[in-house]
Design a protein around this ligand. Sequence first.
Ligand code: SDX
Length: 431
Amino acid sequence: MNSNGKAVLTYDGGKSIDLPVYSGTIGPDVIDIRSLGQTGMFTYDPGFLATASCQSAITYIDGDAGLLYYRGYPIEQLAEHADFMEVCYLLLNGELPNKSQRESFEGNIRRHTMVHDQLTNFFKGFRRDAHPMAVMVGVVGALSAFYHDALNITNAEHRAISATRLLAKVPTIAAMCYRYNTGLPFIYPRNDLSYAANFLYMMFATPCEEYVPNSVLVKAFDRILTLHADHEQNASTSTVRLAGSSGANPFACIAAGIAALWGPAHGGANEAVLKQLGEMGDVSQVGKYISRAKDKDDSFRLMGFGHRVYKNMDPRAGVMRKTCHDVLNELGLHDDPMFKLALELERIALEDEYFISKKLYPNVDFYSGIVLRALGIPVSMFTAVFALGRTVGWITQWNEMISDPEQKIGRPRQLYVGPTKRDWLPVEQRG
Ligand code: SDX
Protein backbone atom coordinates (compact mmCIF):
# COMPACT_ATOMS: atom_id res chain seq x y z
CA MET A 1 0.00 0.00 0.00
CA ASN A 2 1.14 3.58 -0.70
CA SER A 3 0.85 6.68 1.49
CA ASN A 4 -1.54 9.20 0.01
CA GLY A 5 -1.58 12.19 2.35
CA LYS A 6 -3.69 12.38 5.47
CA ALA A 7 -7.15 12.99 6.86
CA VAL A 8 -7.52 15.41 9.78
CA LEU A 9 -10.04 14.62 12.48
CA THR A 10 -11.09 17.56 14.60
CA TYR A 11 -12.87 16.87 17.91
CA ASP A 12 -13.47 18.21 21.40
CA GLY A 13 -14.02 21.77 20.08
CA GLY A 14 -10.62 22.38 18.52
CA LYS A 15 -8.33 19.40 19.03
CA SER A 16 -7.25 17.54 15.90
CA ILE A 17 -5.39 14.41 14.91
CA ASP A 18 -3.75 13.57 11.58
CA LEU A 19 -4.72 10.15 10.24
CA PRO A 20 -2.61 8.70 7.38
CA VAL A 21 -4.42 7.82 4.12
CA TYR A 22 -3.22 4.85 2.08
CA SER A 23 -3.95 3.79 -1.53
CA GLY A 24 -4.03 0.25 -2.87
CA THR A 25 -3.48 -0.74 -6.51
CA ILE A 26 -7.17 -0.19 -7.37
CA GLY A 27 -10.26 0.61 -5.30
CA PRO A 28 -11.03 3.01 -2.45
CA ASP A 29 -8.32 4.58 -0.28
CA VAL A 30 -8.32 3.84 3.46
CA ILE A 31 -7.83 6.03 6.52
CA ASP A 32 -5.51 4.46 9.10
CA ILE A 33 -7.28 4.98 12.43
CA ARG A 34 -4.90 2.90 14.56
CA SER A 35 -3.64 6.02 16.34
CA LEU A 36 -7.18 7.10 17.26
CA GLY A 37 -6.71 5.63 20.73
CA GLN A 38 -4.82 8.78 21.77
CA THR A 39 -8.08 10.73 21.40
CA GLY A 40 -9.72 8.43 23.94
CA MET A 41 -12.33 7.56 21.33
CA PHE A 42 -13.06 4.53 19.11
CA THR A 43 -14.67 4.40 15.68
CA TYR A 44 -18.20 2.99 15.60
CA ASP A 45 -19.09 0.76 12.63
CA PRO A 46 -21.53 -2.11 13.41
CA GLY A 47 -21.40 -4.67 10.58
CA PHE A 48 -18.17 -3.07 9.32
CA LEU A 49 -19.91 -1.18 6.52
CA ALA A 50 -17.01 1.27 6.20
CA THR A 51 -14.11 -0.68 7.70
CA ALA A 52 -11.18 -2.33 5.91
CA SER A 53 -9.96 -5.10 8.23
CA CYS A 54 -6.73 -5.84 6.34
CA GLN A 55 -4.80 -5.28 3.18
CA SER A 56 -5.15 -8.12 0.69
CA ALA A 57 -3.87 -9.04 -2.76
CA ILE A 58 -6.29 -11.89 -3.42
CA THR A 59 -9.72 -10.71 -4.63
CA TYR A 60 -10.98 -7.34 -5.78
CA ILE A 61 -14.65 -6.34 -5.94
CA ASP A 62 -16.03 -3.12 -7.41
CA GLY A 63 -19.63 -3.15 -6.16
CA ASP A 64 -20.77 -0.16 -8.22
CA ALA A 65 -19.35 -1.46 -11.49
CA GLY A 66 -20.15 -5.12 -10.73
CA LEU A 67 -16.55 -6.29 -11.08
CA LEU A 68 -14.91 -9.33 -9.46
CA TYR A 69 -11.22 -10.20 -10.00
CA TYR A 70 -9.30 -13.18 -8.55
CA ARG A 71 -5.65 -12.09 -8.46
CA GLY A 72 -6.52 -9.52 -11.16
CA TYR A 73 -8.32 -11.92 -13.52
CA PRO A 74 -12.03 -11.09 -14.17
CA ILE A 75 -14.38 -13.81 -12.94
CA GLU A 76 -16.07 -14.00 -16.35
CA GLN A 77 -12.76 -14.94 -18.03
CA LEU A 78 -11.89 -17.51 -15.37
CA ALA A 79 -15.39 -19.04 -15.54
CA GLU A 80 -15.08 -19.27 -19.34
CA HIS A 81 -11.48 -20.41 -19.78
CA ALA A 82 -10.10 -21.83 -16.51
CA ASP A 83 -11.16 -24.83 -14.49
CA PHE A 84 -11.44 -24.96 -10.71
CA MET A 85 -8.04 -26.57 -10.12
CA GLU A 86 -6.38 -23.78 -12.10
CA VAL A 87 -8.37 -21.20 -10.11
CA CYS A 88 -7.28 -22.87 -6.85
CA TYR A 89 -3.63 -22.69 -7.91
CA LEU A 90 -4.09 -19.04 -8.94
CA LEU A 91 -5.70 -18.04 -5.63
CA LEU A 92 -3.20 -19.93 -3.48
CA ASN A 93 -0.05 -18.94 -5.40
CA GLY A 94 -0.97 -15.62 -7.00
CA GLU A 95 -0.22 -16.66 -10.59
CA LEU A 96 -1.75 -19.00 -13.19
CA PRO A 97 0.17 -22.31 -13.25
CA ASN A 98 2.30 -23.50 -16.16
CA LYS A 99 1.72 -27.06 -17.39
CA SER A 100 4.05 -28.80 -14.94
CA GLN A 101 2.90 -26.67 -11.99
CA ARG A 102 -0.71 -27.50 -12.81
CA GLU A 103 -0.03 -31.24 -13.12
CA SER A 104 1.94 -31.35 -9.87
CA PHE A 105 -0.68 -29.33 -7.96
CA GLU A 106 -3.64 -31.34 -9.18
CA GLY A 107 -1.82 -34.66 -8.77
CA ASN A 108 -1.12 -33.79 -5.13
CA ILE A 109 -4.76 -32.92 -4.50
CA ARG A 110 -5.99 -36.11 -6.17
CA ARG A 111 -3.75 -38.25 -3.96
CA HIS A 112 -5.09 -36.77 -0.73
CA THR A 113 -8.86 -37.07 -1.22
CA MET A 114 -9.34 -40.03 1.13
CA VAL A 115 -10.11 -39.38 4.80
CA HIS A 116 -8.88 -41.35 7.82
CA ASP A 117 -11.18 -44.36 8.02
CA GLN A 118 -11.93 -43.64 11.67
CA LEU A 119 -13.43 -40.32 10.60
CA THR A 120 -16.44 -42.28 9.35
CA ASN A 121 -17.28 -42.97 13.01
CA PHE A 122 -18.05 -39.28 13.53
CA PHE A 123 -20.98 -39.56 11.13
CA LYS A 124 -22.55 -42.30 13.22
CA GLY A 125 -22.91 -39.80 16.06
CA PHE A 126 -25.32 -37.68 14.00
CA ARG A 127 -29.00 -38.35 13.31
CA ARG A 128 -29.51 -39.39 9.68
CA ASP A 129 -31.60 -36.26 9.12
CA ALA A 130 -28.96 -33.88 10.56
CA HIS A 131 -28.44 -30.84 8.33
CA PRO A 132 -25.29 -31.45 6.22
CA MET A 133 -23.83 -28.13 7.42
CA ALA A 134 -24.06 -29.31 11.04
CA VAL A 135 -22.12 -32.42 10.05
CA MET A 136 -19.61 -30.46 7.95
CA VAL A 137 -18.82 -28.11 10.85
CA GLY A 138 -18.26 -31.08 13.16
CA VAL A 139 -16.29 -33.33 10.85
CA VAL A 140 -14.06 -30.62 9.33
CA GLY A 141 -13.32 -29.33 12.82
CA ALA A 142 -12.41 -32.89 13.83
CA LEU A 143 -9.74 -33.13 11.11
CA SER A 144 -7.28 -31.44 13.49
CA ALA A 145 -7.64 -34.52 15.71
CA PHE A 146 -6.31 -36.67 12.87
CA TYR A 147 -3.75 -34.50 11.16
CA HIS A 148 -1.84 -32.99 14.06
CA ASP A 149 1.53 -33.78 12.45
CA ALA A 150 1.55 -30.46 10.54
CA LEU A 151 -0.23 -27.86 12.64
CA ASN A 152 2.59 -25.42 13.28
CA ILE A 153 0.98 -22.44 11.58
CA THR A 154 4.24 -20.47 11.59
CA ASN A 155 5.74 -23.17 9.34
CA ALA A 156 4.91 -22.43 5.67
CA GLU A 157 5.34 -26.09 4.73
CA HIS A 158 2.88 -27.15 7.44
CA ARG A 159 0.42 -24.55 6.15
CA ALA A 160 0.80 -25.95 2.62
CA ILE A 161 0.21 -29.53 3.84
CA SER A 162 -2.93 -28.48 5.73
CA ALA A 163 -4.14 -26.54 2.69
CA THR A 164 -3.74 -29.63 0.49
CA ARG A 165 -5.53 -31.81 3.02
CA LEU A 166 -8.45 -29.41 3.35
CA LEU A 167 -8.81 -28.78 -0.39
CA ALA A 168 -8.63 -32.51 -1.12
CA LYS A 169 -10.82 -33.82 1.71
CA VAL A 170 -13.66 -31.31 1.98
CA PRO A 171 -15.37 -32.71 -1.18
CA THR A 172 -15.11 -36.23 0.25
CA ILE A 173 -16.60 -35.09 3.56
CA ALA A 174 -19.37 -33.12 1.83
CA ALA A 175 -20.33 -36.13 -0.29
CA MET A 176 -20.23 -38.31 2.85
CA CYS A 177 -22.72 -35.94 4.48
CA TYR A 178 -25.14 -36.55 1.63
CA ARG A 179 -24.57 -40.31 1.59
CA TYR A 180 -25.06 -40.58 5.35
CA ASN A 181 -28.22 -38.49 5.15
CA THR A 182 -29.69 -40.79 2.50
CA GLY A 183 -28.55 -44.08 4.05
CA LEU A 184 -26.35 -44.83 1.03
CA PRO A 185 -22.88 -46.31 1.58
CA PHE A 186 -19.91 -43.94 1.39
CA ILE A 187 -18.20 -43.97 -2.00
CA TYR A 188 -14.41 -43.75 -2.00
CA PRO A 189 -12.88 -41.00 -4.14
CA ARG A 190 -11.13 -41.92 -7.37
CA ASN A 191 -7.73 -40.53 -8.35
CA ASP A 192 -8.49 -40.77 -12.05
CA LEU A 193 -11.35 -38.24 -11.91
CA SER A 194 -11.20 -34.43 -11.95
CA TYR A 195 -12.11 -32.52 -8.81
CA ALA A 196 -15.66 -31.78 -9.96
CA ALA A 197 -16.23 -35.22 -11.51
CA ASN A 198 -14.95 -36.91 -8.35
CA PHE A 199 -17.43 -35.01 -6.19
CA LEU A 200 -20.39 -35.92 -8.43
CA TYR A 201 -19.09 -39.50 -8.47
CA MET A 202 -18.89 -39.67 -4.65
CA MET A 203 -22.36 -38.15 -4.46
CA PHE A 204 -24.23 -40.27 -7.00
CA ALA A 205 -22.30 -43.48 -7.80
CA THR A 206 -23.50 -46.77 -6.33
CA PRO A 207 -21.45 -49.94 -5.73
CA CYS A 208 -23.95 -51.81 -7.89
CA GLU A 209 -23.23 -50.34 -11.31
CA GLU A 210 -20.82 -48.13 -13.18
CA TYR A 211 -21.41 -44.38 -12.84
CA VAL A 212 -19.89 -42.06 -15.43
CA PRO A 213 -20.44 -38.35 -14.62
CA ASN A 214 -21.98 -36.39 -17.52
CA SER A 215 -19.20 -34.15 -18.96
CA VAL A 216 -21.55 -31.15 -19.47
CA LEU A 217 -22.75 -31.39 -15.87
CA VAL A 218 -19.18 -31.82 -14.61
CA LYS A 219 -18.12 -28.66 -16.45
CA ALA A 220 -21.10 -26.78 -15.04
CA PHE A 221 -20.34 -27.93 -11.49
CA ASP A 222 -16.68 -27.06 -11.93
CA ARG A 223 -17.73 -23.55 -12.97
CA ILE A 224 -20.02 -23.26 -9.92
CA LEU A 225 -17.01 -24.00 -7.70
CA THR A 226 -15.01 -21.27 -9.47
CA LEU A 227 -17.82 -18.76 -8.94
CA HIS A 228 -17.83 -19.49 -5.19
CA ALA A 229 -14.06 -19.69 -4.66
CA ASP A 230 -13.42 -16.35 -2.97
CA HIS A 231 -15.06 -13.00 -2.31
CA GLU A 232 -12.70 -10.77 -0.28
CA GLN A 233 -13.70 -10.06 3.35
CA ASN A 234 -17.24 -11.52 3.46
CA ALA A 235 -18.69 -12.73 6.77
CA SER A 236 -17.33 -16.29 6.66
CA THR A 237 -13.89 -15.23 5.41
CA SER A 238 -13.69 -12.59 8.14
CA THR A 239 -14.63 -15.36 10.60
CA VAL A 240 -11.78 -17.54 9.33
CA ARG A 241 -9.36 -14.62 9.62
CA LEU A 242 -10.54 -13.76 13.15
CA ALA A 243 -10.28 -17.38 14.29
CA GLY A 244 -6.86 -17.64 12.65
CA SER A 245 -5.65 -14.45 14.32
CA SER A 246 -5.74 -16.24 17.68
CA GLY A 247 -3.40 -18.93 16.30
CA ALA A 248 -6.11 -21.59 15.97
CA ASN A 249 -5.23 -24.44 13.60
CA PRO A 250 -6.46 -24.23 9.98
CA PHE A 251 -9.03 -27.02 10.37
CA ALA A 252 -10.66 -25.19 13.30
CA CYS A 253 -10.60 -21.94 11.32
CA ILE A 254 -12.25 -23.47 8.27
CA ALA A 255 -14.87 -25.11 10.51
CA ALA A 256 -15.59 -21.63 11.91
CA GLY A 257 -15.97 -20.34 8.35
CA ILE A 258 -18.41 -23.15 7.53
CA ALA A 259 -20.47 -22.24 10.59
CA ALA A 260 -20.62 -18.56 9.58
CA LEU A 261 -21.48 -19.41 5.96
CA TRP A 262 -24.54 -21.39 7.11
CA GLY A 263 -26.61 -18.29 7.88
CA PRO A 264 -29.45 -17.47 5.40
CA ALA A 265 -28.11 -13.92 5.02
CA HIS A 266 -24.87 -15.42 3.68
CA GLY A 267 -24.20 -18.83 2.14
CA GLY A 268 -27.47 -20.25 3.41
CA ALA A 269 -29.29 -17.97 0.94
CA ASN A 270 -29.06 -20.50 -1.94
CA GLU A 271 -31.09 -22.98 0.10
CA ALA A 272 -33.48 -20.18 1.14
CA VAL A 273 -33.98 -19.12 -2.52
CA LEU A 274 -35.20 -22.59 -3.51
CA LYS A 275 -37.54 -22.74 -0.52
CA GLN A 276 -38.88 -19.29 -1.36
CA LEU A 277 -39.42 -20.13 -5.05
CA GLY A 278 -41.13 -23.34 -3.97
CA GLU A 279 -43.47 -21.42 -1.63
CA MET A 280 -44.09 -18.83 -4.37
CA GLY A 281 -45.27 -21.62 -6.65
CA ASP A 282 -45.91 -19.72 -9.85
CA VAL A 283 -45.62 -16.30 -11.49
CA SER A 284 -49.07 -15.25 -10.23
CA GLN A 285 -47.62 -15.03 -6.69
CA VAL A 286 -44.57 -12.91 -7.61
CA GLY A 287 -46.36 -9.62 -6.92
CA LYS A 288 -47.30 -10.70 -3.39
CA TYR A 289 -43.70 -11.58 -2.54
CA ILE A 290 -42.35 -8.38 -4.09
CA SER A 291 -44.83 -6.40 -1.97
CA ARG A 292 -43.73 -8.21 1.20
CA ALA A 293 -40.08 -7.50 0.33
CA LYS A 294 -40.90 -3.79 0.05
CA ASP A 295 -42.95 -3.63 3.27
CA LYS A 296 -40.81 -1.96 5.95
CA ASP A 297 -42.96 -3.57 8.65
CA ASP A 298 -42.27 -7.02 7.24
CA SER A 299 -38.88 -8.60 7.96
CA PHE A 300 -39.29 -10.67 4.79
CA ARG A 301 -36.38 -10.47 2.37
CA LEU A 302 -36.33 -11.62 -1.25
CA MET A 303 -33.62 -14.25 -0.92
CA GLY A 304 -30.89 -14.16 -3.55
CA PHE A 305 -31.32 -10.40 -3.96
CA GLY A 306 -29.16 -7.61 -2.56
CA HIS A 307 -25.57 -7.50 -1.43
CA ARG A 308 -23.43 -5.51 0.99
CA VAL A 309 -20.94 -4.63 -1.73
CA TYR A 310 -22.63 -5.11 -5.12
CA LYS A 311 -24.88 -2.20 -5.97
CA ASN A 312 -24.97 -3.53 -9.51
CA MET A 313 -25.51 -7.02 -10.92
CA ASP A 314 -23.31 -9.58 -9.13
CA PRO A 315 -21.12 -10.74 -12.06
CA ARG A 316 -21.38 -14.29 -10.74
CA ALA A 317 -25.18 -14.21 -11.07
CA GLY A 318 -24.91 -13.58 -14.81
CA VAL A 319 -22.52 -16.50 -15.29
CA MET A 320 -24.71 -18.67 -13.05
CA ARG A 321 -27.81 -17.80 -15.12
CA LYS A 322 -26.00 -18.95 -18.27
CA THR A 323 -24.90 -22.13 -16.52
CA CYS A 324 -28.54 -22.70 -15.64
CA HIS A 325 -29.43 -22.60 -19.34
CA ASP A 326 -26.59 -25.03 -20.21
CA VAL A 327 -27.53 -27.57 -17.56
CA LEU A 328 -31.30 -27.41 -18.10
CA ASN A 329 -30.85 -27.72 -21.87
CA GLU A 330 -28.46 -30.68 -21.45
CA LEU A 331 -31.04 -32.37 -19.23
CA GLY A 332 -33.98 -31.49 -21.49
CA LEU A 333 -35.44 -29.32 -18.71
CA HIS A 334 -35.43 -26.00 -20.61
CA ASP A 335 -39.06 -25.59 -19.56
CA ASP A 336 -38.20 -26.08 -15.90
CA PRO A 337 -41.00 -24.11 -14.15
CA MET A 338 -38.75 -23.01 -11.28
CA PHE A 339 -36.19 -21.54 -13.68
CA LYS A 340 -38.94 -19.76 -15.58
CA LEU A 341 -40.31 -18.43 -12.28
CA ALA A 342 -36.82 -17.20 -11.27
CA LEU A 343 -36.33 -15.43 -14.62
CA GLU A 344 -39.74 -13.74 -14.29
CA LEU A 345 -39.08 -12.77 -10.65
CA GLU A 346 -35.74 -11.24 -11.67
CA ARG A 347 -37.39 -9.33 -14.54
CA ILE A 348 -40.19 -7.93 -12.37
CA ALA A 349 -37.91 -7.05 -9.45
CA LEU A 350 -35.39 -5.25 -11.67
CA GLU A 351 -38.18 -3.08 -13.05
CA ASP A 352 -39.50 -2.20 -9.59
CA GLU A 353 -38.60 1.23 -8.17
CA TYR A 354 -37.87 -0.19 -4.70
CA PHE A 355 -35.24 -2.58 -6.03
CA ILE A 356 -33.88 0.01 -8.43
CA SER A 357 -33.59 2.74 -5.78
CA LYS A 358 -31.98 0.38 -3.24
CA LYS A 359 -29.77 -1.15 -5.95
CA LEU A 360 -30.93 -4.66 -5.15
CA TYR A 361 -29.82 -7.10 -7.84
CA PRO A 362 -29.65 -10.90 -7.99
CA ASN A 363 -26.54 -12.21 -6.25
CA VAL A 364 -24.58 -15.42 -6.64
CA ASP A 365 -27.18 -17.37 -4.66
CA PHE A 366 -30.18 -16.49 -6.81
CA TYR A 367 -29.59 -18.98 -9.62
CA SER A 368 -27.11 -21.37 -8.02
CA GLY A 369 -29.82 -23.39 -6.30
CA ILE A 370 -31.69 -24.00 -9.54
CA VAL A 371 -28.54 -25.38 -11.18
CA LEU A 372 -27.66 -27.52 -8.18
CA ARG A 373 -31.21 -28.89 -8.03
CA ALA A 374 -31.03 -29.76 -11.75
CA LEU A 375 -27.74 -31.58 -11.06
CA GLY A 376 -29.64 -33.76 -8.57
CA ILE A 377 -28.11 -32.14 -5.48
CA PRO A 378 -30.75 -31.82 -2.70
CA VAL A 379 -31.56 -28.37 -1.26
CA SER A 380 -30.08 -29.31 2.11
CA MET A 381 -26.69 -29.76 0.42
CA PHE A 382 -26.62 -26.38 -1.33
CA THR A 383 -24.71 -24.50 1.35
CA ALA A 384 -22.34 -27.43 1.78
CA VAL A 385 -21.53 -27.05 -1.94
CA PHE A 386 -20.96 -23.33 -1.37
CA ALA A 387 -18.53 -24.28 1.44
CA LEU A 388 -16.84 -26.74 -0.92
CA GLY A 389 -16.15 -23.97 -3.44
CA ARG A 390 -15.17 -21.36 -0.80
CA THR A 391 -12.69 -23.57 1.06
CA VAL A 392 -9.85 -22.51 -1.27
CA GLY A 393 -10.67 -18.85 -0.65
CA TRP A 394 -10.77 -19.33 3.11
CA ILE A 395 -7.41 -21.14 3.06
CA THR A 396 -5.86 -18.44 0.84
CA GLN A 397 -7.13 -15.61 3.04
CA TRP A 398 -6.03 -17.46 6.19
CA ASN A 399 -2.55 -17.97 4.70
CA GLU A 400 -2.29 -14.28 3.76
CA MET A 401 -3.37 -13.25 7.26
CA ILE A 402 -0.83 -15.54 8.99
CA SER A 403 1.94 -14.24 6.70
CA ASP A 404 1.00 -10.56 7.17
CA PRO A 405 3.60 -8.75 9.33
CA GLU A 406 0.84 -6.35 10.42
CA GLN A 407 -1.35 -9.17 11.67
CA LYS A 408 -2.43 -9.09 15.33
CA ILE A 409 -5.13 -10.97 17.20
CA GLY A 410 -8.46 -9.47 16.11
CA ARG A 411 -10.03 -7.70 19.10
CA PRO A 412 -12.62 -4.96 18.30
CA ARG A 413 -13.82 -2.56 21.02
CA GLN A 414 -17.38 -1.32 21.74
CA LEU A 415 -19.59 1.58 22.76
CA TYR A 416 -20.75 0.58 26.25
CA VAL A 417 -24.38 1.48 26.98
CA GLY A 418 -24.95 -0.73 30.03
CA PRO A 419 -25.36 0.19 33.73
CA THR A 420 -22.75 2.35 35.48
CA LYS A 421 -21.05 0.95 38.63
CA ARG A 422 -23.48 -0.30 41.29
CA ASP A 423 -23.14 -2.48 44.41
CA TRP A 424 -24.57 -5.92 44.99
CA LEU A 425 -27.69 -6.05 47.18
CA PRO A 426 -28.90 -8.96 49.37
CA VAL A 427 -32.08 -10.46 48.03
CA GLU A 428 -34.12 -8.98 50.92
CA GLN A 429 -33.22 -5.46 49.75
CA ARG A 430 -34.14 -6.02 46.11
CA GLY A 431 -37.34 -4.69 44.55
C1 SDX B 1 -23.60 -13.94 -0.05
O1 SDX B 1 -20.45 -10.50 1.50
C2 SDX B 1 -20.31 -11.34 0.51
O2 SDX B 1 -19.46 -11.19 -0.34
C3 SDX B 1 -21.25 -12.53 0.55
C4 SDX B 1 -21.25 -13.42 -0.69
C5 SDX B 1 -19.95 -14.18 -0.83
O3 SDX B 1 -19.65 -14.61 -1.96
O4 SDX B 1 -19.30 -14.44 0.21
O5 SDX B 1 -21.46 -12.64 -1.86
C6 SDX B 1 -22.33 -14.49 -0.60
O6 SDX B 1 -23.81 -14.01 1.13
C7 SDX B 1 -24.57 -13.27 -0.98
C8 SDX B 1 -25.81 -12.64 -0.23
C9 SDX B 1 -26.80 -13.76 0.04
N1 SDX B 1 -27.89 -13.31 0.92
C10 SDX B 1 -29.15 -13.11 0.45
O7 SDX B 1 -29.47 -13.24 -0.73
C11 SDX B 1 -30.17 -12.79 1.54
C12 SDX B 1 -31.06 -11.61 1.08
N2 SDX B 1 -30.25 -10.44 1.02
C13 SDX B 1 -30.27 -9.55 2.17
O8 SDX B 1 -30.43 -10.20 3.40
C14 SDX B 1 -29.23 -8.44 2.12
O9 SDX B 1 -29.28 -7.90 0.85
C15 SDX B 1 -27.79 -8.76 2.45
C16 SDX B 1 -27.65 -9.45 3.77
C17 SDX B 1 -27.18 -9.63 1.39
C18 SDX B 1 -27.02 -7.44 2.49
O10 SDX B 1 -27.52 -6.75 3.57
P1 SDX B 1 -26.91 -5.29 3.98
O11 SDX B 1 -25.71 -4.96 3.20
O12 SDX B 1 -26.82 -5.25 5.45
O13 SDX B 1 -28.00 -4.34 3.40
P2 SDX B 1 -29.23 -3.88 4.24
O14 SDX B 1 -29.84 -5.03 4.93
O15 SDX B 1 -28.82 -2.70 5.05
O16 SDX B 1 -30.22 -3.47 3.07
C19 SDX B 1 -30.20 -2.15 2.55
C20 SDX B 1 -31.68 -1.87 2.26
C21 SDX B 1 -32.58 -2.12 3.48
O17 SDX B 1 -33.69 -1.24 3.39
P3 SDX B 1 -33.64 0.15 4.29
O18 SDX B 1 -33.37 -0.26 5.72
O19 SDX B 1 -32.53 0.99 3.68
O20 SDX B 1 -35.03 0.74 4.07
O21 SDX B 1 -32.15 -2.78 1.25
C22 SDX B 1 -33.17 -3.61 1.79
C23 SDX B 1 -33.09 -3.52 3.29
O22 SDX B 1 -34.38 -3.71 3.87
N3 SDX B 1 -32.89 -4.97 1.33
C24 SDX B 1 -33.81 -5.83 0.91
C25 SDX B 1 -33.09 -6.98 0.53
N4 SDX B 1 -31.78 -6.79 0.75
C26 SDX B 1 -31.66 -5.56 1.26
N5 SDX B 1 -35.16 -5.74 0.80
C27 SDX B 1 -35.79 -6.85 0.32
N6 SDX B 1 -35.18 -7.98 -0.08
C28 SDX B 1 -33.82 -8.09 0.02
N7 SDX B 1 -33.21 -9.21 -0.37
